[in-house]
Design a protein around this ligand. Structure first.
Ligand SMILES: NC(=O)c1ccc[n+]([C@@H]2O[C@H](COP(=O)([O-])OP(=O)(O)OC[C@H]3O[C@@H](n4cnc5c(N)ncnc54)[C@H](O)[C@@H]3O)[C@@H](O)[C@H]2O)c1
Length: 279
């Protein structure tokens, strides 16, 4: 990119593992990709001290419009898209890093409509989903009949409460299926673990969160990787089965490859108009 060209300004919402990784990438490598850091927000602002310069710290999400970001990236919690997604889309393109937020019918409709109205893009990062663009093409062509996403991890890699948390505890010795059914009901039960399934639902709007099937498995043999499988069925006997092995440190919720995948997703976000776009 030539020095005179305007850089795309990126706002980062959330400063946990992914947020810190993206901020570092933007500061180290952003310029060569035509990107610059516009702001960083975190619920607990003290976490920004010592690493994020004062002039880049956004104090209140309601002031986001004043920061002239071209793209806002949420890497905090699904509640951010639910509470602020609409105002983000009025101001900029929006990459929703926690797409399980969209399993809430009202939120998905509200954000689709806000993107269309503002002419800004609602970006969905593919995460650990393999073949998302192909699924999207099949869906757009009216050829997609069924889609199942199966995710298997070590029981320590789940952050689960309630009934699913209890089931995961029982998976220390043997493989346990924690959930099998529509992704819609699973997202609020396991919001941090099934973002890849939510991305699949957004890639396949003809099936959506009610039609795409999710299967979540705790497996004690998976001590250093996660497994994501997709089974796609289309018209006329068409079928695809993918199996992705995602290296992950013991107990990590997010696979190592997911960090690099997030950065690649951000590089795709060049503005695609008022639509949902898998990146
Ligand atoms: N799309 C994907 O494939 C994918 C992959 C990994 C993680 N994620 C999602 O991205 C988000 C960030 O992941 P991470 O690994 O960086 O998590 P993390 O726990 O390391 O960081 C989360 C950050 O958000 C803040 N936060 C937590 N709850 C909040 C709330 N209710 N309101 C506002 N801020 C809150 C925390 O203070 C922390 O700074 C999570 O929602 C996670 O589920 C998505």
């Amino acid at each position: 990119m030539s020095g005179g060209q305007k850089k795309r300004r990126v706002g980062i919402v959330g400063y946990g593992h992914l947020g810190q990784y993206l901020v570092k990438q933007l500061r180290d490598n952003g310029v060569q990709h035509g990107l610059e850091l516009a702001f960083v927000w975190n619920r607990d602002a003290r976490k920004l001290e010592g690493t994020v310069p004062l002039e880049l710290r956004l104090a209140k999400l309601t002031n986001v419009l004043d920061w002239h970001a071209d793209i806002i990236v949420e890497v905090a919690h699904p509640c951010i898209a639910q509470e602020h997604g609409e105002s983000f889309l009025k101001a900029a393109d929006f990459m929703v890093g926690s797409p399980t937020a969209l399993a809430d019918v009202g939120t998905e409709q509200k954000l689709r409509e806000a993107a269309r109205r503002a002419g800004h893009t609602l970006y969905i990062p593919s995460g650990a989903l393999w073949g998302g663009q192909d699924i999207q093409r099949l869906d757009r062509g009216g050829m997609l009949q069924a889609l199942t996403v199966t995710m298997a991890k070590h029981p320590d890699s789940f952050r689960l409460g309630g009934h699913l948390g209890e089931l995961a505890k029982g998976a220390r010795q043997k493989r346990v299926v924690l959930y099998k059914g529509p992704v819609r009901q699973l997202c609020p039960l396991a919001p941090n673990n099934v973002n890849t399934m939510a991305a699949a639902c957004m890639a396949a709007p003809s099936l959506g969160f009610d039609g795409v099937q999710g299967c979540l498995i705790a497996d004690p043999v998976l001590s250093n990787h996660h497994v994501v499988e997709t089974e796609v069925t289309g018209l006329g006997g068409f079928s695809v089965h993918t199996r992705r092995k995602n290296p992950a440190a013991s107990g990590a919720v997010t696979g190592e490859a997911t960090f690099a995948a997030f950065w690649s997703s951000l590089l795709v976000c060049q503005g695609h108009g008022g639509q949902v776009f898998l990146c």
